[in-house]
Design a protein around this ligand. Sequence first.
Ligand SMILES: Cc1ncc(COP(=O)(O)O)c(C=O)c1O
Length: 373
Amino acid sequence: MTTPNRQIRRQLRALRPYVPGEQPKIKGLIKLNTNENPYPPSPRVLRAVRAAVDGRLRLYPNPTAERLRKKLARLHRCKPENIIVGNGSDELLAMAVRCFVEPGAANVIRRTARAFTSAATVQFFTPSYSLYPVLADIHGAVKNAVVLNPDFSLPAVLELKRGKRWDFKAALTFITTPNAPSGHGYLTRELDSLCKAQYGVVVLDEAYVDFANENAMKLALKYPHVLVARTFSKAYSLCFQRVGYFVGHPELIAALHKIRDSYNVNGLGQIAAEATLDDLAYYRANFKTIVATRAWLSRELTKLGFRVLPSQTNFILAQPPLFPAKAWLQKLRDRKILLRWFSAPEVKDYLRITIGTPREAAALVKAVQAIAA
Ligand SMILES: Cc1ncc(COP(=O)(O)O)c(C=O)c1O
Protein backbone atom coordinates (compact mmCIF):
# COMPACT_ATOMS: atom_id res chain seq x y z
CA MET A 1 0.00 0.00 0.00
CA THR A 2 1.25 3.49 -0.77
CA THR A 3 1.08 6.21 1.85
CA PRO A 4 -1.41 9.03 1.17
CA ASN A 5 1.50 11.44 0.72
CA ARG A 6 2.74 9.48 -2.27
CA GLN A 7 -0.65 9.75 -3.91
CA ILE A 8 -0.38 13.52 -4.03
CA ARG A 9 1.20 14.93 -7.22
CA ARG A 10 4.95 15.11 -6.76
CA GLN A 11 4.86 18.80 -7.67
CA LEU A 12 2.45 19.54 -4.86
CA ARG A 13 4.02 17.58 -2.00
CA ALA A 14 6.50 20.34 -1.28
CA LEU A 15 4.24 23.21 -2.43
CA ARG A 16 4.37 26.28 -0.24
CA PRO A 17 0.80 27.54 -0.37
CA TYR A 18 -0.31 31.16 -0.46
CA VAL A 19 -0.68 32.54 3.06
CA PRO A 20 -3.63 34.91 3.40
CA GLY A 21 -3.58 37.63 6.06
CA GLU A 22 -4.97 36.61 9.44
CA GLN A 23 -8.74 36.80 9.96
CA PRO A 24 -8.71 37.01 13.76
CA LYS A 25 -11.28 35.14 15.83
CA ILE A 26 -11.07 37.50 18.78
CA LYS A 27 -13.12 40.69 18.68
CA GLY A 28 -11.94 44.24 19.24
CA LEU A 29 -8.82 44.16 17.08
CA ILE A 30 -8.13 47.00 14.67
CA LYS A 31 -7.68 45.08 11.47
CA LEU A 32 -5.27 46.79 9.11
CA ASN A 33 -3.73 43.64 7.62
CA THR A 34 -5.69 42.49 4.57
CA ASN A 35 -6.53 45.67 2.63
CA GLU A 36 -10.24 45.33 3.23
CA ASN A 37 -12.29 48.50 2.93
CA PRO A 38 -13.12 50.01 6.34
CA TYR A 39 -16.52 51.20 5.10
CA PRO A 40 -19.53 48.92 4.60
CA PRO A 41 -21.18 48.33 1.22
CA SER A 42 -23.72 51.02 0.29
CA PRO A 43 -27.19 50.74 1.88
CA ARG A 44 -28.54 50.05 -1.61
CA VAL A 45 -26.29 47.00 -1.95
CA LEU A 46 -27.29 45.68 1.47
CA ARG A 47 -30.97 46.12 0.57
CA ALA A 48 -30.50 44.29 -2.74
CA VAL A 49 -28.77 41.35 -1.06
CA ARG A 50 -31.40 41.14 1.72
CA ALA A 51 -34.22 41.25 -0.82
CA ALA A 52 -32.65 38.32 -2.69
CA VAL A 53 -32.52 36.02 0.33
CA ASP A 54 -35.63 33.94 -0.28
CA GLY A 55 -36.74 30.71 -1.95
CA ARG A 56 -34.54 31.50 -4.96
CA LEU A 57 -31.54 30.24 -3.01
CA ARG A 58 -32.50 26.74 -4.22
CA LEU A 59 -31.80 27.71 -7.85
CA TYR A 60 -28.46 27.88 -9.65
CA PRO A 61 -27.31 31.41 -10.41
CA ASN A 62 -26.83 32.75 -13.92
CA PRO A 63 -23.80 30.81 -15.21
CA THR A 64 -22.08 33.75 -16.91
CA ALA A 65 -23.24 36.58 -14.62
CA GLU A 66 -24.96 37.98 -17.69
CA ARG A 67 -26.63 41.05 -16.17
CA LEU A 68 -23.47 42.00 -14.35
CA ARG A 69 -21.37 41.64 -17.49
CA LYS A 70 -23.80 43.88 -19.39
CA LYS A 71 -23.53 46.55 -16.71
CA LEU A 72 -19.74 46.26 -16.60
CA ALA A 73 -19.61 46.50 -20.38
CA ARG A 74 -21.54 49.78 -20.22
CA LEU A 75 -19.17 51.08 -17.54
CA HIS A 76 -16.03 50.21 -19.49
CA ARG A 77 -17.47 51.04 -22.93
CA CYS A 78 -16.98 47.56 -24.33
CA LYS A 79 -19.13 44.49 -25.02
CA PRO A 80 -20.21 41.74 -22.59
CA GLU A 81 -18.05 39.43 -24.75
CA ASN A 82 -15.03 41.35 -23.47
CA ILE A 83 -15.79 40.34 -19.88
CA ILE A 84 -15.60 37.26 -17.68
CA VAL A 85 -16.60 37.32 -14.01
CA GLY A 86 -14.92 35.15 -11.40
CA ASN A 87 -15.20 34.01 -7.81
CA GLY A 88 -12.96 36.91 -6.83
CA SER A 89 -10.19 37.94 -9.19
CA ASP A 90 -8.04 35.22 -7.59
CA GLU A 91 -10.09 32.58 -9.42
CA LEU A 92 -9.48 34.32 -12.73
CA LEU A 93 -5.74 34.63 -12.10
CA ALA A 94 -5.63 30.87 -11.53
CA MET A 95 -7.71 30.29 -14.67
CA ALA A 96 -5.33 32.44 -16.71
CA VAL A 97 -2.46 30.14 -15.74
CA ARG A 98 -4.49 27.07 -16.70
CA CYS A 99 -5.63 28.65 -19.95
CA PHE A 100 -2.43 30.18 -21.34
CA VAL A 101 0.52 28.26 -19.87
CA GLU A 102 1.71 24.77 -20.87
CA PRO A 103 1.31 22.60 -17.76
CA GLY A 104 3.71 20.40 -15.85
CA ALA A 105 6.82 21.52 -17.68
CA ALA A 106 8.95 22.91 -14.84
CA ASN A 107 10.59 19.56 -14.07
CA VAL A 108 11.38 18.48 -17.60
CA ILE A 109 12.56 21.65 -19.25
CA ARG A 110 16.14 22.17 -20.22
CA ARG A 111 17.11 25.80 -20.46
CA THR A 112 18.21 25.25 -24.06
CA ALA A 113 14.65 24.60 -25.25
CA ARG A 114 13.95 28.32 -25.29
CA ALA A 115 10.63 28.44 -27.16
CA PHE A 116 9.19 25.61 -25.10
CA THR A 117 10.38 27.23 -21.87
CA SER A 118 8.57 30.45 -22.75
CA ALA A 119 5.35 28.56 -23.52
CA ALA A 120 5.51 27.11 -20.00
CA THR A 121 6.52 30.32 -18.21
CA VAL A 122 4.61 32.44 -15.72
CA GLN A 123 6.43 35.75 -15.34
CA PHE A 124 6.05 38.47 -12.73
CA PHE A 125 7.96 41.18 -10.93
CA THR A 126 9.08 40.94 -7.34
CA PRO A 127 7.81 42.12 -5.06
CA SER A 128 4.26 41.81 -6.29
CA TYR A 129 1.21 39.72 -5.44
CA SER A 130 2.60 36.62 -3.75
CA LEU A 131 -0.16 34.42 -5.19
CA TYR A 132 1.41 34.37 -8.70
CA PRO A 133 4.34 32.03 -7.89
CA VAL A 134 2.00 29.69 -6.03
CA LEU A 135 -0.32 29.47 -9.04
CA ALA A 136 2.70 28.74 -11.24
CA ASP A 137 3.89 26.00 -8.86
CA ILE A 138 0.47 24.32 -8.74
CA HIS A 139 0.53 24.18 -12.53
CA GLY A 140 4.13 22.96 -12.69
CA ALA A 141 4.99 26.06 -14.71
CA VAL A 142 8.40 27.68 -15.04
CA LYS A 143 8.55 30.83 -12.89
CA ASN A 144 10.38 33.90 -14.07
CA ALA A 145 10.54 36.38 -11.18
CA VAL A 146 12.29 39.62 -12.08
CA VAL A 147 13.03 42.27 -9.47
CA LEU A 148 11.52 45.72 -9.75
CA ASN A 149 13.79 48.75 -9.45
CA PRO A 150 14.89 49.38 -5.82
CA ASP A 151 12.21 52.08 -5.44
CA PHE A 152 9.63 49.56 -6.78
CA SER A 153 9.20 51.44 -10.06
CA LEU A 154 8.99 49.43 -13.29
CA PRO A 155 12.23 48.78 -15.18
CA ALA A 156 12.05 50.40 -18.64
CA VAL A 157 11.61 48.08 -21.63
CA LEU A 158 15.11 48.97 -22.83
CA GLU A 159 16.61 47.87 -19.51
CA LEU A 160 14.61 44.65 -19.61
CA LYS A 161 15.92 44.04 -23.12
CA ARG A 162 19.50 44.57 -21.96
CA GLY A 163 19.07 42.29 -18.93
CA LYS A 164 18.79 38.62 -19.87
CA ARG A 165 16.29 37.69 -17.20
CA TRP A 166 13.08 39.12 -18.67
CA ASP A 167 11.28 36.81 -21.12
CA PHE A 168 9.43 38.79 -23.80
CA LYS A 169 7.85 35.55 -25.00
CA ALA A 170 6.65 34.28 -21.62
CA ALA A 171 3.24 32.64 -22.03
CA LEU A 172 1.81 34.72 -19.19
CA THR A 173 3.03 37.85 -17.43
CA PHE A 174 1.34 39.24 -14.32
CA ILE A 175 1.81 42.91 -13.44
CA THR A 176 0.27 44.27 -10.23
CA THR A 177 -0.61 47.87 -10.99
CA PRO A 178 -0.56 49.82 -8.78
CA ASN A 179 1.96 47.52 -7.17
CA ALA A 180 1.30 45.51 -4.05
CA PRO A 181 2.78 45.46 -1.47
CA SER A 182 4.69 48.68 -2.21
CA GLY A 183 1.72 50.83 -3.25
CA HIS A 184 3.79 52.25 -6.12
CA GLY A 185 1.64 53.53 -9.02
CA TYR A 186 2.57 53.01 -12.67
CA LEU A 187 1.87 55.23 -15.65
CA THR A 188 -0.36 53.84 -18.39
CA ARG A 189 2.31 55.01 -20.83
CA GLU A 190 4.98 52.74 -19.32
CA LEU A 191 2.58 49.80 -19.07
CA ASP A 192 1.68 50.35 -22.73
CA SER A 193 5.37 50.08 -23.77
CA LEU A 194 5.76 46.88 -21.80
CA CYS A 195 2.57 45.33 -23.21
CA LYS A 196 3.59 46.29 -26.72
CA ALA A 197 6.96 44.53 -26.33
CA GLN A 198 5.41 41.34 -24.94
CA TYR A 199 4.36 38.35 -27.12
CA GLY A 200 2.51 36.29 -24.51
CA VAL A 201 -0.59 37.21 -22.53
CA VAL A 202 -0.21 40.08 -20.05
CA VAL A 203 -2.57 40.38 -17.07
CA LEU A 204 -2.61 43.87 -15.58
CA ASP A 205 -3.87 43.18 -12.07
CA GLU A 206 -5.64 46.40 -11.07
CA ALA A 207 -7.01 45.22 -7.72
CA TYR A 208 -6.23 48.62 -6.12
CA VAL A 209 -6.64 50.92 -9.10
CA ASP A 210 -9.57 52.92 -7.72
CA PHE A 211 -7.15 54.54 -5.26
CA ALA A 212 -4.64 55.41 -8.01
CA ASN A 213 -4.10 58.40 -10.29
CA GLU A 214 -4.68 56.48 -13.50
CA ASN A 215 -5.82 53.11 -14.78
CA ALA A 216 -4.82 51.05 -17.81
CA MET A 217 -8.22 49.70 -18.84
CA LYS A 218 -7.78 51.08 -22.34
CA LEU A 219 -4.86 48.67 -22.93
CA ALA A 220 -7.20 45.68 -22.55
CA LEU A 221 -9.27 47.07 -25.39
CA LYS A 222 -6.26 48.12 -27.47
CA TYR A 223 -4.12 44.95 -27.43
CA PRO A 224 -5.49 41.45 -28.13
CA HIS A 225 -3.06 39.87 -25.64
CA VAL A 226 -3.74 42.14 -22.65
CA LEU A 227 -6.26 41.40 -19.90
CA VAL A 228 -7.13 43.80 -17.09
CA ALA A 229 -8.14 42.22 -13.77
CA ARG A 230 -10.47 44.09 -11.44
CA THR A 231 -12.15 43.16 -8.18
CA PHE A 232 -15.15 44.26 -6.12
CA SER A 233 -13.26 43.24 -2.98
CA LYS A 234 -11.15 46.27 -2.10
CA ALA A 235 -12.65 49.52 -3.37
CA TYR A 236 -16.22 48.19 -3.37
CA SER A 237 -16.28 46.62 0.11
CA LEU A 238 -17.33 43.17 -1.13
CA CYS A 239 -14.51 40.78 -0.09
CA PHE A 240 -17.13 38.53 1.52
CA GLN A 241 -19.02 38.06 -1.76
CA ARG A 242 -16.01 37.11 -3.93
CA VAL A 243 -16.54 38.90 -7.24
CA GLY A 244 -13.81 39.92 -9.68
CA TYR A 245 -13.58 40.19 -13.46
CA PHE A 246 -11.27 40.32 -16.46
CA VAL A 247 -11.66 42.63 -19.44
CA GLY A 248 -9.96 41.70 -22.71
CA HIS A 249 -10.18 40.43 -26.25
CA PRO A 250 -13.28 38.24 -26.89
CA GLU A 251 -11.10 35.30 -28.02
CA LEU A 252 -9.10 35.21 -24.79
CA ILE A 253 -12.27 35.72 -22.79
CA ALA A 254 -14.03 32.88 -24.67
CA ALA A 255 -11.10 30.56 -23.94
CA LEU A 256 -11.39 31.38 -20.23
CA HIS A 257 -15.16 30.74 -20.33
CA LYS A 258 -14.42 27.24 -21.68
CA ILE A 259 -12.52 26.25 -18.54
CA ARG A 260 -14.78 28.07 -16.06
CA ASP A 261 -16.78 26.11 -13.47
CA SER A 262 -20.40 26.16 -14.66
CA TYR A 263 -21.65 28.36 -11.81
CA ASN A 264 -18.48 30.00 -10.64
CA VAL A 265 -20.01 33.22 -9.30
CA ASN A 266 -22.55 32.84 -6.50
CA GLY A 267 -25.95 34.47 -6.97
CA LEU A 268 -25.85 36.86 -4.02
CA GLY A 269 -22.42 38.01 -5.18
CA GLN A 270 -23.80 38.80 -8.64
CA ILE A 271 -26.69 40.75 -7.11
CA ALA A 272 -24.39 42.66 -4.75
CA ALA A 273 -21.99 43.57 -7.57
CA GLU A 274 -24.84 44.74 -9.84
CA ALA A 275 -26.25 46.95 -7.07
CA THR A 276 -22.75 48.31 -6.46
CA LEU A 277 -22.61 49.58 -10.03
CA ASP A 278 -25.91 51.41 -9.43
CA ASP A 279 -24.40 53.38 -6.56
CA LEU A 280 -20.91 54.36 -7.68
CA ALA A 281 -21.20 57.86 -6.17
CA TYR A 282 -21.25 56.27 -2.67
CA TYR A 283 -18.00 54.43 -3.38
CA ARG A 284 -16.27 57.39 -5.02
CA ALA A 285 -16.88 59.37 -1.82
CA ASN A 286 -15.25 56.51 0.14
CA PHE A 287 -12.19 56.50 -2.16
CA LYS A 288 -11.72 60.21 -1.43
CA THR A 289 -11.90 59.66 2.32
CA ILE A 290 -9.46 56.75 2.15
CA VAL A 291 -7.01 58.75 0.03
CA ALA A 292 -7.24 61.66 2.53
CA THR A 293 -6.68 59.29 5.48
CA ARG A 294 -3.71 57.79 3.60
CA ALA A 295 -2.14 61.26 3.31
CA TRP A 296 -2.78 62.02 6.99
CA LEU A 297 -1.41 58.70 8.25
CA SER A 298 1.66 58.96 5.98
CA ARG A 299 2.42 62.42 7.38
CA GLU A 300 1.96 61.38 11.02
CA LEU A 301 4.08 58.22 10.69
CA THR A 302 6.79 60.21 8.89
CA LYS A 303 6.87 62.62 11.86
CA LEU A 304 7.43 59.58 14.09
CA GLY A 305 10.47 58.47 12.10
CA PHE A 306 8.87 55.99 9.68
CA ARG A 307 9.99 56.00 6.05
CA VAL A 308 6.64 55.89 4.27
CA LEU A 309 6.63 55.10 0.56
CA PRO A 310 4.26 57.07 -1.68
CA SER A 311 1.12 55.02 -2.26
CA GLN A 312 -1.61 54.86 -4.87
CA THR A 313 -3.49 52.09 -3.08
CA ASN A 314 -5.56 51.62 0.09
CA PHE A 315 -2.44 50.67 2.05
CA ILE A 316 1.02 52.04 2.68
CA LEU A 317 4.38 50.34 2.96
CA ALA A 318 6.45 51.88 5.74
CA GLN A 319 9.88 51.19 7.17
CA PRO A 320 9.71 51.67 10.94
CA PRO A 321 12.45 53.17 13.15
CA LEU A 322 13.96 51.76 16.39
CA PHE A 323 13.03 48.07 16.04
CA PRO A 324 12.91 45.58 13.18
CA ALA A 325 9.60 45.59 11.30
CA LYS A 326 8.73 42.11 12.59
CA ALA A 327 9.12 43.30 16.19
CA TRP A 328 6.79 46.24 15.51
CA LEU A 329 4.24 43.78 14.15
CA GLN A 330 4.15 41.95 17.49
CA LYS A 331 4.28 45.10 19.62
CA LEU A 332 1.29 46.52 17.74
CA ARG A 333 -0.56 43.22 17.94
CA ASP A 334 -0.10 43.34 21.73
CA ARG A 335 -1.96 46.64 21.48
CA LYS A 336 -4.70 45.04 19.39
CA ILE A 337 -3.62 46.45 16.03
CA LEU A 338 -3.04 43.98 13.20
CA LEU A 339 -0.69 44.90 10.35
CA ARG A 340 1.01 42.74 7.69
CA TRP A 341 4.67 41.84 7.39
CA PHE A 342 6.31 39.88 4.57
CA SER A 343 9.54 37.92 4.90
CA ALA A 344 10.62 38.45 1.26
CA PRO A 345 14.06 40.13 1.22
CA GLU A 346 12.93 43.25 -0.69
CA VAL A 347 10.23 44.09 1.85
CA LYS A 348 11.22 42.44 5.14
CA ASP A 349 12.17 45.82 6.63
CA TYR A 350 8.70 47.24 6.04
CA LEU A 351 5.21 47.00 7.47
CA ARG A 352 2.19 47.04 5.19
CA ILE A 353 -0.59 49.07 6.71
CA THR A 354 -4.15 49.04 5.34
CA ILE A 355 -5.82 52.45 5.41
CA GLY A 356 -8.70 52.18 7.86
CA THR A 357 -11.08 54.85 9.12
CA PRO A 358 -9.61 58.13 10.46
CA ARG A 359 -10.29 56.77 13.97
CA GLU A 360 -8.35 53.57 13.28
CA ALA A 361 -5.49 55.58 11.79
CA ALA A 362 -5.43 57.81 14.88
CA ALA A 363 -5.39 54.72 17.14
CA LEU A 364 -2.42 53.37 15.20
CA VAL A 365 -0.52 56.65 15.55
CA LYS A 366 -1.24 56.69 19.31
CA ALA A 367 -0.03 53.11 19.71
CA VAL A 368 3.15 53.87 17.72
CA GLN A 369 3.81 56.91 19.95
CA ALA A 370 3.39 54.77 23.06
CA ILE A 371 5.71 52.03 21.76
CA ALA A 372 8.34 54.55 20.65
CA ALA A 373 8.23 56.22 24.08
C1 LIG B 1 -2.86 42.35 -6.23
C2 LIG B 1 -4.07 41.56 -5.90
N1 LIG B 1 -4.75 40.97 -6.87
C3 LIG B 1 -5.84 40.23 -6.63
C4 LIG B 1 -6.30 40.07 -5.34
C5 LIG B 1 -7.48 39.16 -5.12
O1 LIG B 1 -8.66 39.81 -4.94
P1 LIG B 1 -10.03 39.03 -4.93
O2 LIG B 1 -10.62 39.28 -3.58
O3 LIG B 1 -10.82 39.65 -6.04
O4 LIG B 1 -9.79 37.57 -5.18
C6 LIG B 1 -5.62 40.64 -4.28
C7 LIG B 1 -6.08 40.43 -2.90
O5 LIG B 1 -5.41 40.62 -1.94
C8 LIG B 1 -4.48 41.42 -4.56
O6 LIG B 1 -3.77 41.99 -3.58
